[in-house]
Design a protein around this ligand. Structure first.
Ligand SMILES: Cc1ncc(COP(=O)(O)O)c(C=O)c1O
Length: 400
């Protein structure tokens, strides 16, 4: 069958507008399309391909597991799921793991657990969930409502209730909303989709304290920031602020779909038998790949390498900006970097993405005003340099 981009418009629901090129193969941070054109990947499948494409350790884990067992219902458990859960709990604050297949599902579990915990411990009045404007937590109806972007949550009828939004990095705005009726505060420990906005240390610390004062759970959505992305295994470790529940997905499977919710025993025990579940959650193939990804990323030299690569990007982007004056700021942590467009180029992030693609470089946007970079955590320095040269050519075209 001849597969062309036109086929998308015939057979797919039009909720995405994919680029003209159809990639068919990837290796490390390089990708090739149907015509054999080669691209450098600064997008990493939106912060998913943490070890680039087809990393040998992940390929090996997938191949080996594919010859053992593919799926079991949750009436059984399996070895990869338990090995991964042990490693996740050993490496973090958490005692327990719930498996899902995506970030939204991990967050859905986190929110349902928080509601159940509050109901069991305090009663029905304690159901309020506070999250932050510009936050993003997924597309299920609960998570998209908790996310702070009406554009994503409106137009689908009545929403789940008792969800309010505060201003990120504004403790007073949270203080005004939080009360003993608050069951949980959900936040990204660096807003991704909202524009690559890191929290201040005081804000993150203050959120934790307000939660403690009101017996509310703190949920960190680490779907985008997790698994080494910020140069720490999880961003909370860098902030020194520990959540009660953490969601992780994207990079966890390095490209294989898996999500997980991590929590303490005291909280997790409230998800009693039958209260929540997922057919594919804990799938052996997904868990085997995720175990290999976690083993590979959670090494001091890999996490340190994320920090040095961060500096290389920031220096390169600042040098481009000195020539073309297109950014107001280059910000972010580790390999989650945003180049915020200045007044003159506001709203034109997509133009930079398109121009980059024309230069054989894949980048991302975070809203209309920020060009986002979320490459492989082990991207070779040579690929960073060459990719930045391509990006400079793209910037020159947009600015020229
Ligand atoms: C912070 C955050 N939470 C949740 C999600 C949703 O994850 P998924 O698309 O896997 O459901 C995303 C996806 O971009 C995200 O960035």
């Amino acid at each position: 069958m001849q597969v062309t981009r036109e086929l998308f418009d015939q057979v797919m629901v039009p909720n995405y507008a994919p680029a003209k090129v159809i990639p068919v193969r990837g290796e490390g941070s390089r990708v090739w399309d149907q015509q054999g054109q080669e691209y450098i990947d600064f997008a990493g499948g939106i912060a998913v391909n943490c070890l680039g494409h087809c990393h040998p350790a992940l390929v090996k884990a997938l191949q080996e597991q594919s010859e053992k067992i593919w799926h079991l219902a949750n009436v059984m458990t399996n070895e990869p799921a338990l090995r991964l859960a042990k490693k996740l709990t050993d490496a973090t604050f958490a005692d327990q793991v719930y498996y899902a297949n995506s970030g939204a599902e991990a967050n859905e579990a986190a929110l349902k657990l928080a509601r159940r915990w509050a109901l069991d411990n305090y009663g029905e009045h304690k159901s309020q969930i506070i999250s932050f404007h510009k936050g993003f937590h997924g597309r299920t109806f609960f998570t998209v409502t908790v996310g702070g972007q009406a554009a994503y949550s409106d137009g689908f009828g009545p929403k789940p209730g008792d969800i309010v939004h505060a201003e990120y990095n504004n403790l007073d705005s949270l203080r005004e909303l939080i009360s003993d009726n608050t069951c949980a505060v959900m936040m990204e420990p660096l807003q991704g989709e909202g524009g690559i906005i890191p929290p201040t240390q005081e804000f993150a610390q203050g959120v934790r304290e307000l939660c403690d004062q009101h017996n509310a759970l703190l949920i960190f959505d680490e779907v985008q920031t997790g698994v080494g992305r910020t140069g720490h295994l999880y961003a909370y470790m860098g902030l020194g602020v520990t959540p009660d529940i953490l969601s992780t997905a994207k990079a966890l499977g390095g490209g294989f779909p898996i999500g997980a919710m991590l929590t303490t025993k005291a909280i997790g025990d409230h998800l009693k038998i039958g209260t929540h579940g997922s057919t594919y959650g804990g799938n052996p193939l997904a868990c085997a790949v995720a175990e290999a990804a976690l083993d590979t990323v959670n090494q001091p030299e890999v996490l340190e390498g994320v920090k040095t690569r961060h500096q290389r990007y920031v220096d390169g982007l600042n040098a481009i900006n000195e020539k073309y004056s297109v950014f107001s700021e280059v910000r972010g942590q580790g390999l989650l970097i945003g180049a915020a467009l200045n007044e003159q180029y506001k709203g034109r992030a997509r133009d930079f993405l398109q121009a980059s693609l024309a230069e054989n470089l894949m980048v991302l946007v975070a809203g209309a005003d920020v060009v986002r970079f979320a490459p492989s955590l082990v991207i070779p320095e040579q690929d960073i340099d060459e990719g930045l040269q391509r990006f400079e050519r793209a910037v020159a075209k947009v600015a020229g």
